[in-house]
Design a binder for this molecule. Sequence first.
Ligand code: NAI
Ligand code: MG
Length: 329
Amino acid sequence: DDETIVVIPGDGIGQEVVPAAVEVLESLDAGFDLVTYEAGDHVAAERGTPLPAETRAAVETADATLFGAAGESAADVILPLRRAVDSFVNVRPARAYPGVDALRPETDLVFLRENTEGVYAGLGRRLTDDVATGTRLTTRSASERLAEFACRYLADAAADSFTVVHKANVMGETDGLFRESVFDVAADHGVEPDEALMDAFATRVCLDPTQFDIVVCPNLAGDVLSDLAAGLVGGLGLLPSANLGPERGLFEPVHGTAPDIAGQGLSNPSATILSAAMLLEFLGYDEDARAVRRAVESVLESGPRTPDLGSDATTSDVTATIIERMSTD
Ligand code: NAI
Ligand code: MG
Protein backbone atom coordinates (compact mmCIF):
# COMPACT_ATOMS: atom_id res chain seq x y z
CA ASP A 1 0.00 0.00 0.00
CA ASP A 2 1.35 3.38 -0.92
CA GLU A 3 -1.68 5.57 -1.55
CA THR A 4 -1.13 9.29 -1.79
CA ILE A 5 -3.38 11.56 0.23
CA VAL A 6 -3.25 15.23 -0.67
CA VAL A 7 -3.87 17.56 2.28
CA ILE A 8 -5.06 21.15 1.75
CA PRO A 9 -5.64 23.13 4.97
CA GLY A 10 -6.81 26.33 3.20
CA ASP A 11 -7.74 29.42 5.23
CA GLY A 12 -8.97 30.32 8.72
CA ILE A 13 -9.71 27.35 10.97
CA GLY A 14 -8.73 25.07 8.07
CA GLN A 15 -5.20 25.76 9.39
CA GLU A 16 -6.25 24.31 12.77
CA VAL A 17 -8.64 21.46 12.02
CA VAL A 18 -6.73 19.93 9.09
CA PRO A 19 -3.43 19.63 11.02
CA ALA A 20 -5.52 18.02 13.82
CA ALA A 21 -6.89 15.42 11.38
CA VAL A 22 -3.38 14.88 9.97
CA GLU A 23 -2.14 14.09 13.50
CA VAL A 24 -4.89 11.49 13.76
CA LEU A 25 -4.01 9.96 10.37
CA GLU A 26 -0.30 9.93 11.24
CA SER A 27 -1.01 8.13 14.51
CA LEU A 28 -2.35 5.16 12.51
CA ASP A 29 -0.02 2.50 11.28
CA ALA A 30 -1.36 2.73 7.73
CA GLY A 31 0.54 2.66 4.48
CA PHE A 32 -0.23 6.00 2.87
CA ASP A 33 1.75 9.15 2.21
CA LEU A 34 0.40 12.56 3.17
CA VAL A 35 1.44 15.49 0.97
CA THR A 36 0.41 19.06 1.79
CA TYR A 37 -0.55 21.66 -0.85
CA GLU A 38 -1.82 25.22 -0.67
CA ALA A 39 -5.05 26.87 -1.75
CA GLY A 40 -7.29 29.71 -0.61
CA ASP A 41 -7.30 33.44 0.09
CA HIS A 42 -3.85 33.40 1.65
CA VAL A 43 -2.17 32.25 -1.56
CA ALA A 44 -4.31 34.33 -3.96
CA ALA A 45 -2.41 37.58 -3.55
CA GLU A 46 1.01 36.04 -3.91
CA ARG A 47 0.17 33.54 -6.68
CA GLY A 48 -2.51 35.48 -8.57
CA THR A 49 -4.96 32.57 -8.05
CA PRO A 50 -6.43 30.90 -4.98
CA LEU A 51 -5.93 27.50 -6.64
CA PRO A 52 -2.35 27.06 -7.91
CA ALA A 53 -1.99 24.68 -10.86
CA GLU A 54 0.19 22.23 -8.89
CA THR A 55 -2.49 21.91 -6.20
CA ARG A 56 -5.17 21.09 -8.75
CA ALA A 57 -2.86 18.66 -10.56
CA ALA A 58 -2.03 16.89 -7.29
CA VAL A 59 -5.72 16.44 -6.47
CA GLU A 60 -6.38 15.10 -9.99
CA THR A 61 -3.93 12.24 -9.45
CA ALA A 62 -4.06 11.60 -5.68
CA ASP A 63 -6.02 8.63 -4.32
CA ALA A 64 -7.88 10.97 -1.99
CA THR A 65 -7.76 14.56 -0.75
CA LEU A 66 -8.48 16.06 2.66
CA PHE A 67 -9.53 19.70 2.38
CA GLY A 68 -10.22 22.24 5.15
CA ALA A 69 -11.96 25.38 3.90
CA ALA A 70 -11.29 28.47 1.81
CA GLY A 71 -12.54 31.95 2.67
CA GLU A 72 -13.76 34.47 0.08
CA SER A 73 -12.26 32.32 -2.66
CA ALA A 74 -14.33 29.27 -1.60
CA ALA A 75 -16.23 28.99 -4.90
CA ASP A 76 -13.00 29.35 -6.93
CA VAL A 77 -11.29 26.65 -4.90
CA ILE A 78 -13.82 24.02 -3.92
CA LEU A 79 -15.87 23.90 -7.14
CA PRO A 80 -12.81 23.25 -9.36
CA LEU A 81 -11.48 20.73 -6.80
CA ARG A 82 -14.78 18.82 -6.83
CA ARG A 83 -14.49 18.76 -10.64
CA ALA A 84 -10.87 17.62 -10.35
CA VAL A 85 -12.06 14.38 -8.72
CA ASP A 86 -15.06 14.20 -11.10
CA SER A 87 -17.30 14.23 -8.04
CA PHE A 88 -20.96 13.63 -8.79
CA VAL A 89 -22.19 13.14 -5.23
CA ASN A 90 -21.56 14.89 -1.95
CA VAL A 91 -22.30 12.54 0.97
CA ARG A 92 -23.20 14.49 4.12
CA PRO A 93 -24.12 12.50 7.22
CA ALA A 94 -25.82 14.55 9.96
CA ARG A 95 -26.25 12.69 13.22
CA ALA A 96 -26.58 13.70 16.82
CA TYR A 97 -24.02 12.25 19.27
CA PRO A 98 -24.62 11.20 22.86
CA GLY A 99 -23.22 13.86 25.16
CA VAL A 100 -23.71 16.73 22.72
CA ASP A 101 -26.52 19.13 23.45
CA ALA A 102 -28.62 18.89 20.27
CA LEU A 103 -31.94 20.49 19.35
CA ARG A 104 -33.01 17.10 17.98
CA PRO A 105 -30.92 14.34 19.62
CA GLU A 106 -32.80 11.70 17.62
CA THR A 107 -31.39 13.01 14.29
CA ASP A 108 -29.64 10.46 12.08
CA LEU A 109 -29.66 11.53 8.43
CA VAL A 110 -27.49 11.20 5.36
CA PHE A 111 -27.80 13.72 2.54
CA LEU A 112 -26.76 12.55 -0.93
CA ARG A 113 -26.37 15.84 -2.74
CA GLU A 114 -25.99 16.23 -6.50
CA ASN A 115 -22.59 17.82 -6.84
CA THR A 116 -22.13 19.26 -10.33
CA GLU A 117 -25.10 21.23 -11.52
CA GLY A 118 -28.27 23.10 -10.50
CA VAL A 119 -27.66 26.77 -9.73
CA TYR A 120 -24.01 25.97 -8.95
CA ALA A 121 -23.23 25.20 -12.59
CA GLY A 122 -21.74 28.70 -12.89
CA LEU A 123 -24.18 29.91 -15.53
CA GLY A 124 -24.95 33.33 -14.05
CA ARG A 125 -24.89 36.66 -15.92
CA ARG A 126 -25.20 40.33 -15.00
CA LEU A 127 -27.20 41.64 -17.97
CA THR A 128 -27.53 45.27 -16.96
CA ASP A 129 -26.94 47.28 -13.83
CA ASP A 130 -30.47 46.30 -12.82
CA VAL A 131 -30.83 42.74 -14.03
CA ALA A 132 -28.95 39.50 -13.32
CA THR A 133 -29.95 35.99 -14.38
CA GLY A 134 -28.75 32.49 -13.63
CA THR A 135 -29.42 29.28 -15.49
CA ARG A 136 -30.34 26.24 -13.45
CA LEU A 137 -28.87 23.20 -15.15
CA THR A 138 -30.31 19.72 -14.72
CA THR A 139 -29.30 16.71 -16.80
CA ARG A 140 -30.76 13.23 -16.88
CA SER A 141 -27.25 11.75 -16.85
CA ALA A 142 -26.14 13.52 -13.64
CA SER A 143 -29.47 12.77 -11.94
CA GLU A 144 -29.24 9.10 -12.91
CA ARG A 145 -25.63 8.85 -11.76
CA LEU A 146 -26.67 10.20 -8.36
CA ALA A 147 -29.64 7.82 -8.19
CA GLU A 148 -27.47 4.80 -9.11
CA PHE A 149 -25.17 5.77 -6.26
CA ALA A 150 -28.14 6.19 -3.89
CA CYS A 151 -29.44 2.70 -4.73
CA ARG A 152 -26.00 1.15 -4.07
CA TYR A 153 -25.73 3.21 -0.88
CA LEU A 154 -28.97 1.69 0.45
CA ALA A 155 -27.35 -1.73 0.59
CA ASP A 156 -24.35 -0.47 2.61
CA ALA A 157 -26.64 1.48 4.92
CA ALA A 158 -28.97 -1.51 5.42
CA ALA A 159 -31.88 0.72 4.40
CA ASP A 160 -34.59 -0.10 1.90
CA SER A 161 -35.57 3.30 0.62
CA PHE A 162 -34.64 6.96 0.41
CA THR A 163 -36.50 10.28 0.22
CA VAL A 164 -36.20 12.42 -2.91
CA VAL A 165 -36.36 16.11 -1.97
CA HIS A 166 -37.19 18.53 -4.80
CA LYS A 167 -39.49 21.35 -5.82
CA ALA A 168 -40.83 19.91 -9.07
CA ASN A 169 -44.22 21.53 -8.53
CA VAL A 170 -42.65 24.95 -9.22
CA MET A 171 -39.43 24.14 -11.11
CA GLY A 172 -41.24 21.69 -13.36
CA GLU A 173 -38.57 21.50 -16.08
CA THR A 174 -35.43 21.15 -13.96
CA ASP A 175 -36.57 19.44 -10.77
CA GLY A 176 -39.19 17.60 -12.84
CA LEU A 177 -36.37 15.98 -14.83
CA PHE A 178 -34.40 15.33 -11.63
CA ARG A 179 -37.38 13.67 -9.96
CA GLU A 180 -38.30 11.60 -13.01
CA SER A 181 -34.70 10.40 -13.51
CA VAL A 182 -34.28 9.38 -9.87
CA PHE A 183 -37.60 7.51 -9.81
CA ASP A 184 -36.75 5.72 -13.10
CA VAL A 185 -33.43 4.45 -11.76
CA ALA A 186 -35.01 3.50 -8.42
CA ALA A 187 -37.65 1.44 -10.25
CA ASP A 188 -34.90 -0.44 -12.13
CA HIS A 189 -33.44 -1.37 -8.73
CA GLY A 190 -36.78 -2.31 -7.20
CA VAL A 191 -36.60 0.68 -4.85
CA GLU A 192 -39.71 2.75 -4.07
CA PRO A 193 -38.55 6.19 -2.88
CA ASP A 194 -40.56 8.58 -0.75
CA GLU A 195 -40.59 12.20 -1.80
CA ALA A 196 -40.96 15.60 -0.15
CA LEU A 197 -41.10 19.16 -1.47
CA MET A 198 -38.02 20.92 -0.16
CA ASP A 199 -39.81 23.66 1.76
CA ALA A 200 -42.10 21.17 3.48
CA PHE A 201 -39.05 18.96 4.13
CA ALA A 202 -37.38 21.85 6.00
CA THR A 203 -40.30 22.05 8.43
CA ARG A 204 -40.85 18.32 8.77
CA VAL A 205 -37.19 17.52 9.46
CA CYS A 206 -37.13 20.12 12.28
CA LEU A 207 -40.31 18.79 13.85
CA ASP A 208 -39.41 15.12 13.55
CA PRO A 209 -36.12 14.11 11.89
CA THR A 210 -36.89 10.41 12.47
CA GLN A 211 -39.28 10.58 9.49
CA PHE A 212 -36.20 10.61 7.25
CA ASP A 213 -33.09 8.53 6.78
CA ILE A 214 -31.34 8.92 3.42
CA VAL A 215 -32.16 12.11 1.52
CA VAL A 216 -31.41 12.45 -2.20
CA CYS A 217 -31.49 16.03 -3.47
CA PRO A 218 -30.31 18.60 -6.01
CA ASN A 219 -27.21 20.69 -5.33
CA LEU A 220 -28.61 23.85 -3.68
CA ALA A 221 -31.24 22.00 -1.63
CA GLY A 222 -28.51 19.68 -0.31
CA ASP A 223 -26.26 22.58 0.61
CA VAL A 224 -28.94 24.44 2.55
CA LEU A 225 -30.73 21.49 4.13
CA SER A 226 -27.53 19.85 5.39
CA ASP A 227 -26.57 23.11 7.17
CA LEU A 228 -30.08 23.11 8.64
CA ALA A 229 -29.48 19.56 9.84
CA ALA A 230 -26.20 20.75 11.42
CA GLY A 231 -28.36 23.06 13.51
CA LEU A 232 -30.42 20.10 14.69
CA VAL A 233 -27.42 18.07 15.84
CA GLY A 234 -25.34 20.69 17.65
CA GLY A 235 -23.51 22.75 15.06
CA LEU A 236 -21.29 22.83 12.01
CA GLY A 237 -18.27 21.60 13.95
CA LEU A 238 -19.70 18.06 13.76
CA LEU A 239 -20.56 17.51 10.07
CA PRO A 240 -18.14 15.70 7.76
CA SER A 241 -18.59 15.21 4.02
CA ALA A 242 -17.28 13.19 1.12
CA ASN A 243 -17.20 14.38 -2.49
CA LEU A 244 -17.05 11.13 -4.43
CA GLY A 245 -16.11 10.52 -8.04
CA PRO A 246 -15.76 7.24 -9.92
CA GLU A 247 -12.14 6.81 -8.80
CA ARG A 248 -11.22 9.55 -6.35
CA GLY A 249 -12.64 11.36 -3.38
CA LEU A 250 -12.29 14.75 -1.76
CA PHE A 251 -13.17 14.85 1.93
CA GLU A 252 -13.98 18.06 3.82
CA PRO A 253 -15.94 19.37 6.78
CA VAL A 254 -19.25 21.01 5.82
CA HIS A 255 -18.21 24.22 7.60
CA GLY A 256 -16.18 27.14 6.30
CA THR A 257 -13.23 29.13 7.64
CA ALA A 258 -15.07 30.44 10.77
CA PRO A 259 -13.35 33.86 10.75
CA ASP A 260 -15.08 34.72 14.05
CA ILE A 261 -13.00 32.15 15.95
CA ALA A 262 -10.00 31.52 13.65
CA GLY A 263 -6.50 31.79 15.07
CA GLN A 264 -7.43 31.08 18.69
CA GLY A 265 -7.00 27.31 18.61
CA LEU A 266 -10.58 26.80 19.80
CA SER A 267 -12.18 25.31 16.69
CA ASN A 268 -13.85 21.93 16.86
CA PRO A 269 -11.78 19.40 14.88
CA SER A 270 -14.51 16.70 14.93
CA ALA A 271 -16.01 17.46 11.50
CA THR A 272 -12.61 17.24 9.83
CA ILE A 273 -11.49 14.16 11.77
CA LEU A 274 -14.79 12.47 10.86
CA SER A 275 -14.13 13.49 7.23
CA ALA A 276 -10.74 11.77 7.55
CA ALA A 277 -12.60 8.67 8.76
CA MET A 278 -14.75 8.77 5.61
CA LEU A 279 -11.52 9.06 3.61
CA LEU A 280 -10.06 6.00 5.37
CA GLU A 281 -13.19 4.02 4.59
CA PHE A 282 -13.06 5.12 0.94
CA LEU A 283 -9.47 3.81 0.70
CA GLY A 284 -10.50 0.52 2.30
CA TYR A 285 -9.03 1.10 5.78
CA ASP A 286 -12.31 0.11 7.40
CA GLU A 287 -10.91 -0.79 10.81
CA ASP A 288 -8.94 2.41 11.09
CA ALA A 289 -12.04 4.35 10.06
CA ARG A 290 -14.06 2.65 12.79
CA ALA A 291 -11.37 3.30 15.40
CA VAL A 292 -11.26 7.00 14.52
CA ARG A 293 -15.05 7.30 14.58
CA ARG A 294 -15.34 5.49 17.92
CA ALA A 295 -12.68 7.73 19.48
CA VAL A 296 -14.42 10.90 18.24
CA GLU A 297 -17.76 9.63 19.60
CA SER A 298 -16.17 8.74 22.92
CA VAL A 299 -14.62 12.21 23.30
CA LEU A 300 -17.86 13.93 22.28
CA GLU A 301 -19.59 11.94 25.00
CA SER A 302 -17.07 12.45 27.82
CA GLY A 303 -15.24 15.63 26.80
CA PRO A 304 -13.03 17.53 26.51
CA ARG A 305 -15.24 19.68 24.28
CA THR A 306 -14.58 22.92 22.40
CA PRO A 307 -16.54 26.19 23.05
CA ASP A 308 -19.04 25.59 20.18
CA LEU A 309 -20.23 22.63 22.28
CA GLY A 310 -20.48 24.76 25.40
CA SER A 311 -17.14 23.97 27.02
CA ASP A 312 -13.65 25.47 26.96
CA ALA A 313 -11.19 22.90 25.62
CA THR A 314 -8.77 23.74 22.82
CA THR A 315 -8.48 22.08 19.42
CA SER A 316 -5.28 20.39 20.55
CA ASP A 317 -6.78 19.09 23.85
CA VAL A 318 -9.58 17.45 21.90
CA THR A 319 -7.25 16.04 19.23
CA ALA A 320 -4.79 14.63 21.78
CA THR A 321 -7.63 12.94 23.66
CA ILE A 322 -9.03 11.42 20.46
CA ILE A 323 -5.61 9.97 19.62
CA GLU A 324 -5.24 8.64 23.18
CA ARG A 325 -8.65 6.91 22.99
CA MET A 326 -7.72 5.31 19.66
CA SER A 327 -4.72 3.61 21.20
CA THR A 328 -6.47 2.47 24.39
CA ASP A 329 -9.65 1.27 22.72
P1 NAI B 1 -18.65 28.97 8.71
O1 NAI B 1 -19.01 27.55 8.57
O2 NAI B 1 -17.22 29.32 8.50
O3 NAI B 1 -19.08 29.50 10.16
C1 NAI B 1 -20.44 29.55 10.60
C2 NAI B 1 -20.47 29.54 12.14
O4 NAI B 1 -20.15 28.23 12.61
C3 NAI B 1 -19.48 30.48 12.77
O5 NAI B 1 -20.02 31.04 13.93
C4 NAI B 1 -18.32 29.57 13.14
O6 NAI B 1 -17.57 30.01 14.23
C5 NAI B 1 -19.03 28.25 13.46
N1 NAI B 1 -18.17 27.10 13.14
C6 NAI B 1 -17.96 26.58 11.92
N2 NAI B 1 -17.09 25.55 11.99
C7 NAI B 1 -16.74 25.43 13.28
C8 NAI B 1 -15.86 24.55 13.99
N3 NAI B 1 -15.17 23.56 13.37
N4 NAI B 1 -15.74 24.72 15.32
C9 NAI B 1 -16.43 25.67 15.97
N5 NAI B 1 -17.28 26.53 15.36
C10 NAI B 1 -17.43 26.41 14.02
O7 NAI B 1 -19.58 29.77 7.68
P2 NAI B 1 -19.58 31.33 7.29
O8 NAI B 1 -19.31 32.16 8.49
O9 NAI B 1 -20.81 31.51 6.54
O10 NAI B 1 -18.39 31.52 6.25
C11 NAI B 1 -17.08 31.95 6.62
C12 NAI B 1 -16.16 31.84 5.40
O11 NAI B 1 -16.02 30.47 5.02
C13 NAI B 1 -16.66 32.58 4.16
O12 NAI B 1 -15.56 33.25 3.59
C14 NAI B 1 -17.17 31.47 3.25
O13 NAI B 1 -16.97 31.80 1.89
C15 NAI B 1 -16.25 30.32 3.64
N6 NAI B 1 -16.86 28.99 3.41
C16 NAI B 1 -16.08 28.05 2.81
C17 NAI B 1 -16.54 26.78 2.60
C18 NAI B 1 -15.62 25.81 1.95
O14 NAI B 1 -14.47 26.09 1.73
N7 NAI B 1 -16.08 24.61 1.63
C19 NAI B 1 -17.88 26.36 3.04
C20 NAI B 1 -18.62 27.41 3.72
C21 NAI B 1 -18.12 28.67 3.88
MG1 MG C 1 -22.50 25.06 2.52
